[in-house]
Design a protein around this ligand. Sequence first.
Ligand code: URP
Ligand code: ZN
Length: 430
Amino acid sequence: MSSVLVRNIEIVNPDRIFWADVLFEDETIVKISEDSIESEAKVYDGTGKLLIPAGIDPHVHLSLPTHAGPSCDDFKTGSRAAIAGGTGALIDFVTPERGQSLIEATEARLKEAKVSEVPVKLHVGITWWDDSLDAEIESLIKDYGIKTFKVYMAYLDNIGLEVCDLHKAMKSIAAHGGIMALHAELGHEIAKIQHDFIETGRTAAFNHPWSRPAYCEFDAVEKALFYVSATQCTTYFVHISTAESVQLIRKAKAEGLPVYAETCPQYLLLDDEKYNGAFKDVAVFIMSPPLRPKENIDALWDALKDGTIDTVGTDHCPFTMKQKLHGYSDFTRIPNGAGGIYHRMALMYTYGVLNGDLTLGEWVQICSSNAAKIFEFNEFGKIEEGNTKAVIWDPEAEERIGDTHPYSHADINAFSGLKIKGKAIKISEL
Ligand code: URP
Ligand code: ZN
């Protein structure tokens, strides 16, 4: 057994910050003391460093199947990127074929996820509906410990659900005590606009944001909230990107509806000016929802601060430029998504904490503790004795993000060029 005594480190919990000595045995915290600890263990001077709960990324798509091939990080590379960036658990997705048993698809995805080096949970996609799925939802919750079910209001031609089926899925999930994770964008509206664009020759990549305007998100949020109110189905809105959606969710929470919301670093840090350019400049930013006009950004930060938005996930779904080129002559064929799992904690530290928008406690809350509570990662979210999910954070480390990094197969990065401060140090490396 290897023991390490970390002296004089700043412990960041969501509700309290204090300095202490911390004794680890094999990465487990066995003692925390604000007085000096006496021990024979190897000593690591923690002065100037933080001890934080390992992050949880509640939204990643590793090896997501697309017509351009799978997203280019798998559970091995993706989980290694997570660890290197200070994230100790992730939630990926099961995307059943239409007509396929949810349980069968979940079993297959669980096998794929076995190579992950961090704990993985799964949001099980409900990509079609008939009433037989009610029993599968019940069994996934009771027998598999799966809590969340993903519904897409967009992508109606392959994995999305019509609103009448969304309603049925919500009733079933609510009856069995689950949570719906919801991608809120109006699928029919987007399909119509995209069809019209392609028919009239508007095929270039920069048309992407115009084909899924902001109202397609906030109208979908509003519709969904109507059904949340009717069914009382706990609903977790993924990747919220607009000020108007934030306002709707704030009101829903104030009225006591069971809702949570997530945003992503890309919507907090980047805006739709990134779509001004040629294919190769723009393709890296093709994601859904798209980047928004910059007026939305302050509203998202305010919503993190006042608790309207609970979590920052990445929607990590990276592709290579070769894969993006599948949509060179038709932007609707560009695989959607960007990476972020490796840089999430540092981006939120640099542009949240160091910019003065978040306290350290709020940073760990939105990157770890809130997701730990919502998705029941019981060992995560708090530094305490018995905990095995802690990370040392070196706040002085600095780097400029490049197009590539050692933990991804991607050769493009939406955050390329941004400077970040802060770096995770694994307890096992002390
Ligand atoms: O652009 C994105 N977000 N790609 C991943 C799939 C999804 O919609 O979440
Ligand atoms: Zn996603």
